[in-house]
Design a protein around this ligand. Structure first.
Ligand code: ATP
Length: 586
């Protein structure tokens, strides 16, 4: 299949943000894609080679990509760098440079999807001292034969800049239309995706064997399951209204969510965003076999740092030490953890997703042997507002950030944020009702004591419909001297020459960053704002939403990608619920 078919589709898609049009372009592409390469097409469309949890990264430094472009075009590195500084978009630069080249040389042979994919795969596998040279050769050979449009997209993919707002659900819609004739069938595709977290695999199955084949998708060991998420509530009353007559309250511990897959000796751990994080927790790998009775099992747990002497839970921030590349062994010694199991997703090759909560809980209690390292999440049955209130009080006294309320008969709804699970936090009594997770997109230099560091950060929420990062506030409070130093260091790697086109803000920051680092913020209120762009025009024409008195809580959400940051719908819900409270009080 000609690669130009993908490049053309991506080109059309870049010119629209309308979901219907985006979907239609994909449908047209899928209809002409041979089914044996549909999974490759899906991965390339997302700028990947395999699903994220497999950890196959294209990872090419911009420097190498620039050299490769220079080699295949005969245009100097310096000139390409200047061009890049001006436009800030490596894809555009590559197209432009290749355009100049094609004016002087003959066009070469067509490049195919298979060739692009296989070459990129080879590059991802290259390791060792000489690998940089080899990577450069592979890329320049691809660019040699690419048209300017194709070259532009190859350049974006290799520098991980291919971001066209092709969200998972848009691809699922397009697959449903292309292969089953109707968007109505999307739930079947979604179900398959939720249990395997691999869009390429789902696409191949429906393309080759139709809708029926999706029923065969089962929970499988070492394929992470997309996690079930909770809705937030602000009060015990609200929780009870949503939950009905009897439900449970579990501790909501403040740590990292880990999906643990065990098959005899082999243990693999996945994060909330389904990355493989096994290397960060050698202590879990070593000890978990002893506490789990089944040989083959998939469980979920919250991993929390604790004080070895007092047994107290420590703040989430302490888990940061586990993110070091080196010295993990030292971190394991200095920052011990407990593993607190709260769900079981599969046992002895049988999925537990459709079992009601109470049965999954019983299985958990039967099959985990508690010790000082492994615990089962404390839980109580609750019925009334005051019982919910008491359980919240107890949880907070025990060092939790709140409680999780779960319906007794609810299945595990993989990939859904559903009202069968509610989260109620300490903050519900005052202000916004919950903290929110925002992406750092820019910074302003500090003055006085903060000279030489950043004095304030510009933060954005995530708009999952358009894949953009509209700003919502500037934050300068809640930082300690240590955290200011830490931010300066972490963010120094993320500085971009120009503002990433996905960032939308009426403010001009002193420095712009790749939108990658997510932090937690509390605020007193959400107000209308002409400067900030979240939910622009949604509530009032010409206004977006902004946070009033935002404050950094001290938590860097390193386990979250920027796409997991709080999204626009959640902010609008918070804004509306706050209006309700104000009216209720009147
Ligand atoms: P999201 O709801 O999108 O995960 P978040 O991480 O900001 O976003 P939180 O408010 O932290 O959401 O609440 C959900 C998280 O709480 C879970 O992802 C999990 O890491 C953690 N958690 C702690 N205790 C429990 C529990 N008993 N049951 C389920 N999750 C728990």
């Amino acid at each position: 299949m000609k690669f130009s078919l993908i490049a053309d589709t991506l080109g059309y898609m870049e010119n629209t943000t309308k979901r219907l049009e985006l979907t239609q372009h994909l449908v047209d592409l899928f209809k002409i894609t041979p089914s044996d390469i549909i999974s490759k097409v899906i991965y390339l469309l997302q700028g990947k080679l395999r699903p994220d949890h497999e950890g196959v990264e294209i990872g090419i430094a911009e420097k190498i990509a620039i050299k490769a472009l220079s080699k295949s075009s005969g245009i100097s590195v310096k000139k390409i760098e200047d061009e890049y500084r001006d436009t800030g978009d490596f894809g555009q630069v590559a197209s432009k440079i290749l355009e100049q080249k094609t004016q002087t040389t003959f066009l070469s042979q067509n490049i195919t999807v298979e060739r692009v994919y296989d070459t990129l795969y080879k590059i991802a596998e290259l390791k060792g001292a000489r690998s940089q040279d080899m990577k450069m050769k592979y890329i320049s050979s691809l660019l040699n034969d690419a048209t300017p449009i194709e070259g532009g997209f190859i350049a974006k993919i290799i520098t991980s800049n291919l971001r066209l707002g092709i969200a998972d659900y848009t691809i699922l819609d397009a697959l449903a239309v292309a292969y089953t004739g109707s968007k109505e069938n999307r739930p079947a595709l979604e179900h398959a995706y939720n249990v395997c977290s691999d869009l390429g695999k789902v696409a191949k199955s429906v393309a080759e064997n139709g809708l029926e084949s999706l029923k065969d998708f089962q929970v499988t060991i070492f394929s992470p399951i997309r996690p079930m998420l909770a809705e937030r509530v602000k009060s015990p009353q609200e929780a009870r209204e949503k939950m009905g007559t009897e439900f449970v309250s579990e501790y909501k511990l403040d740590g990292e969510r880990v999906q643990i897959h065990r098959q005899e000796e082999k243990i693999v751990l996945y994060s909330r965003s389904l990355e493989n994080i096994t290397n960060y927790y050698p202590d879990i790998v070593e000890n978990i076999g002893k506490v789990l009775k089944p040989d083959e099992v998939i469980l979920e747990a919250e991993v929390v740092a604790m004080n070895d002497d007092t047994g107290e839970f420590l703040p989430f921030q302490e888990l940061m030490h586990r993110r070091r590349k080196y010295k993990i062994a030292q971190a394991v010694q200095e920052y011990p953890i407990t593993v607190n199991f709260f769900d079981v997703l599969s046992m002895d090759k049988k999925s537990c997703l459709d079992l009601p909560y109470v049965q999954r809980r019983k299985l958990l209690e039967k099959n985990v042997i508690e010790d000082s390292f492994a615990k089962i999440m404390p839980m109580v049955f609750v019925k009334t507002d005051s019982e919910v209130e008491d359980s919240l009080e107890n949880a907070i006294n025990a060092g939790c950030e709140g409680i999780m309320l779960k319906q007794l008969n609810s299945p595990y709804r993989a990939g859904a944020r559903a009202s069968n699970w509610l989260k109620l936090k300490r903050e519900y009594r005052n202000e916004l009702g919950d903290s929110i997770d925002l992406v750092i997109v820019g910074a302003f230099y500090g003055r006085g004591r903060r000279t030489g560091r950043y004095g304030a950060l510009l933060l954005s929420a995530y708009d999952d419909k358009s894949d953009t990062f509209p700003s919502i506030c500037k934050v300068g409070t809640g930082f300690t001297d240590d955290s200011l130093d830490q931010f300066y260091q972490i963010l120094s790697d993320k500085i971009t020459i120009r503002k990433d086109p996905r960032i939308e803000s009426g403010l001009e920051a002193d420095v712009w960053f790749e939108p990658e680092v997510v932090i937690e913020i509390v605020a007193s209120e959400i107000t209308l704002s002409p400067i900030h762009k979240v939910a622009m025009d949604k509530i009032r024409k010409g206004s977006g939403l902004a946070l009033r008195f935002p404050k950094f809580t001290g938590k860097i959400r390193f386990e979250k990608t920027s796409e997991n940051a709080t999204n626009i719908d959640e902010i609008v819900t918070l804004y509306n619920s706050q209006k309700r409270v104000v009216q209720d009080e009147k």
